[in-house]
Design a protein around this ligand. Structure first.
Ligand SMILES: Cc1cc2nc3c(=O)[nH]c(=O)nc-3n(C[C@H](O)[C@H](O)[C@H](O)COP(=O)(O)O)c2cc1C
Length: 164
């Protein structure tokens, strides 16, 4: 048994000057004794979109590396911006890869937390900062843009991945 807690951090932004990457670095640089932080950076954009065909044999190299690093961690933290009221595609894609194989993905059973930063005042309100962003409006049976949905109509939190 080891006294070290390993925390893998998934950074949801690819931007060079990402605020969220800076937060991840502050967390790593200020981690208390006994906590190791592995910032998984420069990897998510090398992972192809999840496709069961690609996952039939050995996974693509970057996806395999992601799985190995998450498997070696005790906990996982996503440090991410909100994109259009939800998580950025690179983070969602990483979670898709980590949720498979069915029932045995590297994330299964691991505590998963999310923190994020944005300069946008409407963050986490359920309202997108860009009214032109397309949003489906199933209640009306149409796909036209819905500029002011109910603030509680959707969650902005990535859900703990479930297999299946
Ligand atoms: C495609 C896109 C969608 C965005 N959607 C949201 C949003 O829904 N809510 C929000 O608060 N900010 C939104 N933003 C603003 C980002 O949160 C902001 O740019 C943030 O600084 C990005 O994080 P980073 O600094 O780590 O790259 C969006 C930005 C982009 C590029």
């Amino acid at each position: 048994m080891t006294d070290t807690t390993r925390v893998a951090v998934l950074v949801g932004s690819l931007r060079t000057d990402s605020l969220n990457r800076r937060i991840a670095e502050v967390l790593r640089d200020n981690a208390p004794e006994g906590v190791e932080v592995d910032i998984i950076d420069g990897l998510l954009d090398r992972i192809p979109f999840y496709n069961e065909d690609l996952d039939a044999g050995s996974a693509p190299e970057a996806a395999a590396e992601l799985r190995t690093r998450i498997a070696a961690s005790d906990r996982v933290l996503a440090v991410t911006p909100e994109y259009n009221g939800t998580m950025p595609a690179v983070l969602n894609n990483a979670i898709d890869w980590l949720s498979r194989p069915y029932g045995a993905g590297a994330l299964v059973g691991k505590p998963f937390g999310v923190v994020g930063a944005t300069p946008t005042p409407t963050a986490a309100s359920g309202r997108t900062p860009t009214p032109s962003a397309p949003r489906a409006s199933p209640a009306r049976g149409s796909s036209r843009t819905s500029p002011s949905p109910s603030p509680r109509s959707r969650s902005t939190r990535p859900r703990t991945p479930r297999s299946g």
